[in-house]
Write a protein that binds this ligand. Sequence first.
Ligand code: GAL
Length: 417
Amino acid sequence: MVHSRKALYLASVAFAASASLASAEGVEVLHWWTSGGEAAALNVLKEDLAGQGIGWEDMPVAGGGGEAASTTLKARVASGNPPDAAQLLGMALQEWAAEGSLGNLNAVAEANDWDSVVPASLKALATYEGNWVGVPVNIHRPNWLWINAEVFEANDLTPPTTWDEFNTVAAQLQDLGITPLAHGGQPWQDATIFDDVVLGMGGADFYRDAIHNLDPEALGSDTMVAVFDQMRTIRGFVDENFSGRDWNLATAMLMDGEAGMQLMGDWAKGEITRAGLTPGKDILCVPAPSTTGSYLFISDYFAAFNVSEDEKASQEALAASILAPGFQEAFNLVKGSIPARTDVSVGEFDACGQRAAADLKEAQENNTLVGSLAHGTAQTSAVQRAIFDVVTEHFNSDMSSEDAVEELQIAVESASY
Ligand code: GAL
């Protein structure tokens, strides 16, 4: 904690327990929002807090998807010095809560009536044994396909809606000398594609059976063999320098027209808008192939680690600010996500954001809303890691689909044992 940044907490924050915040200090936040678009979004939060006289102690750990951040966080907690707040995905939040490392935000939640405004799917992951252990910031949709409109128009290509159409258009792009798919070979990015293929080839019920319920029959099914066949086909559509590339550099390839498409969550919009392009116009958004009608979701949370009484005040102030309606709109407009509250209008959002909100509603009604494996919203970290390993090994070798399915079953069984 940097004491020179000690904040004078302003009475203006709408939080019932504000009296206890008089000594609020600067808040230390561990996060992985380091790309241009992510940093711009985080800035909205920093400025919001600065407006309340609350300082910011930045603890960035680069690495999309948060793997490196998770390692740093473990070290900080193990040494008895957790940050005031840490960005976490849903299942990790649950795991930290089960470890007993988290305090609660119940007072803030009650004062601001989170129970009535936070969607049930988010609340389920933000609460543990009835206590609010984290605050949701946003709702992201990982199953999007981003398309360079100019490349498609100039070559008379049609945005694909199914995996067959995707394979056809990708081959056409390849013939034109354009990289079909901008991709970065990192396990979480491979898994982001895998998520899309499982959902697309099998549908929401299959995704739930295989990925959420780890049903051996689904994991060993012909559908899963077909999923790995499609992964192999996709492998043929990435450029030869894909290995290790960061996701935002892949988005840059898409924006430059060096690549025609990218399978990525809507945090890509943060890069697109920051580059002065319009999502839905310059870069088109369509649901990942064959996933129209289904919605993969993730939410970023800030977890409330056990901190001293003094630090608790700034932690609570941060949490109250994050779910305030005005902040929800301002932040999510920049981040590319949609609000984590049901009562914030998306009227000001771009076409892709508006579609995300409408599709989410439809998916909720049709029971086709599923949490993303790649983004910590489906499985424990052990099972997630086990599946990542198989997916990445398959993607980077000539392993057959049948062998991959077998490996998958073995890996899941030992990790969930
Ligand atoms: C996700 C996170 C997003 C996004 C992405 C890439 O896990 O939820 O907010 O930033 O990683 O870093």
